[in-house]
Ligand binder design. Sequence first.
Ligand SMILES: [Zn+2]
Length: 99
Amino acid sequence: MFKLPVCPHCNTVYSYKEVKKNTKKKEICCYHCKKSFKNSRKGVAILAIIVILLTALINVFLLNIMTDNFITIIPISVISIAAVIIGMLLIPCFISYKK
Ligand SMILES: [Zn+2]
C-alpha cells in the first residue's frame, strides 16, 4: 500500500505511468524478465473505502460547524470532487502484482 507495485519475479519497479496504463489489463508481461504476472486490484477497494469514509467524515464535520445549509453545499461538493480526483490519482499506488 502507498507504493508502486513491483514485478513478483524480478522486483523491477514499475513507474506510475506504466501502472496506470496496465490498470485494465488482467495479465501483464514484465518488460524486464518477460515473465507474466497478474494485476491485483484488491487494494483499490480499500482505497475507495478510505476515500469515501474520509469524505463523509469531513462533510459531516462541515455540516456541524456551518449552520447555513445552502452555503455548506459548496464546500461539500468541492471536497467530494477533490476526493474523487485524489482517489483516482492514488489508484496505481494501491495496485499490486502477483504471480
Ligand atoms: Zn520481472
